[in-house]
Design a protein around this ligand. Structure first.
Ligand code: COA
Length: 390
């Protein structure tokens, strides 16, 4: 039995900042952000979008009535969750009207959470082949105004349905993974922005990649020439390229060209949204599948997941017949086309808007937020969510 990604979609908030303008405001050369970091636009979440609404809106892109009935496991990967006790999955389960006979949980290990979710989902489907699992990766990346990580912020979510006999990509069973207790990026419970040792984090990302890649080759007997593309976790799009360059010479010339061309396709969406933490690797996969014209049925895709702190994993999937027919290419193009640019002043104002933490009641103005599901306010320390279609 094949198990893998049956559906995949993403959602990003409707506002963005142009990285050239952020560079000017921060007194750095625009090329540092657009070439050195590799980002063009950064998605900005209004107060009416949080990781729960982003995830629910991403899932709305892909689910139909059959999915709603068959999904019996919701796994919410996030590192910017809204509650230290209750999982984001339970809210999403309700907002989407899913079958009540379901398990719903949140998974945390920095940007690795959604990958853990996929591996758990695979085990669940192996035991329950008729089920479907909804895996979500949803985050708002916040480093702070005027910080060195600011240019690598972003907001958005990816939703995937994992099932037997998947229509898009079957996951292969060989996988290599690694854990080491390091402090490259973390966010204590009292802080709403991340702490990061940027250079160390970059080094560890590469170290974990080369380590799991070597392990993967030993376990699988495969080599770089057996791959059409590799997708990376992308805190910013230059990061994956640095990792790819460490191994690219293992491939013949034709494969090298193919891998580099597909790398470009796999970064298009991320370059225009920014870092979405748990969803970043899967946003890169959506970008590759929807933007590359070279891929075909049977193509093998490598996926490198990295969650600071740190856990890394390399695993693979095989594209299924007619997979293009099941992508959301048109809806995603419409989402990009309908976004609004905001000024740096507006971004700074939005960034500093936070929800009340003293139990007071608040109502948020959602008139400019086109999303179907949004956060309408706070009451008695509870988030008030609205699904416009209910
Ligand atoms: N034109 C082109 N490139 C330029 C440039 C210019 N005018 N000015 C600088 N650059 C390049 C630098 O050479 C560097 O490239 P390199 O990494 O290939 O050497 C890149 O831009 C970044 O410059 P740097 O001086 O290293 O930036 P920084 O000290 O401000 O920090 C990060 C960059 C990525 C470390 C920082 O943004 C960060 O901490 N981000 C978060 C990291 C993260 O997300 N980790 C999570 C786990 S992966």
């Amino acid at each position: 039995m094949k198990i893998g990604i049956d559906k995949i979609g993403f959602f990003a908030p409707h506002m963005y900042v142009d990285m050239n303008k952020l560079a000017v405001a921060r007194n750095v050369e625009p090329e540092k952000f657009t070439i050195g970091i590799g980002q063009e636009k950064m998605a900005i979440a209004p107060i009416t979008q949080d990781p729960v609404t982003l995830a629910a809106n991403a899932a709305l892109m892909i689910l139909d009535e059959t999915d709603r009935g068959k999904i019996d496991f919701v796994i919410f990967g996030t590192e910017s969750g809204i509650d230290n006790s209750k999982s984001g999955a339970v809210y999403v389960h309700h907002l989407l009207g899913l079958n009540p006979n379901a398990r719903s949980i949140e998974v945390k290990q920095a940007c690795y959470g959604a990958t853990a979710g996929i591996q758990m989902a695979k085990g669940h489907i192996a035991l329950n082949p008729e089920s479907r699992v909804l895996v979500l990766g949803s985050d708002i990346a916040r480093y702070g105004l005027n910080t060195s990580g600011e240019s690598t912020q972003g907001a958005g979510a990816v939703a995937m349905v994992i099932s037997a006999e998947p229509k898009i990509m079957a996951l292969e069973n060989k996988s290599a993974y690694l854990t080491a207790d390091i402090m490259d990026f973390w966010r204590p419970v009292y802080s709403d922005t991340a702490f990061v040792d940027g250079k160390f984090s970059n080094e560890q990302y590469i170290h974990f990649f080369t380590t799991v890649w070597e392990q993967y080759k030993n376990k699988s007997g495969l080599e770089l020439n057996n791959f059409e593309a590799i997708c990376f976790h992308l805190p910013y799009t230059k990061m994956g390229l640095k990792a790819l360059r460490t191994v690219i010479e293992e491939a013949d010339e034709a494969t090298q060209e193919k891998l580099l061309a597909n790398y470009q396709s796999s970064t298009t969406y991320n370059r225009n949204i920014g870092n979405i933490y748990t969803g970043s690797l899967y946003l890169s996969l959506v970008s590759l599948l929807e933007q590359s014209e070279q891929l075909k049925e049977g193509s093998r895709i490598g996926l490198y997941s990295y969650g600071s702190g740190a856990v890394g994993e390399f695993f693979t999937g095989i594209l299924q017949p007619n997979y293009r027919d099941y992508l959301q290419t048109k809806s995603h193009a419409e989402l990009f086309a309908s976004r609004t640019e905001i000024s740096i002043e507006e971004y700074e104002e939005v960034f500093q808007q936070t929800i009340p933490v003293d139990g007071s009641t608040a109502t948020f103005d959602a008139t400019k937020d086109p999303a179907t599901i949004y956060l309408a306010g706070m009451k008695d320390n509870m988030r008030q969510y609205v699904n416009k279609t209910h």
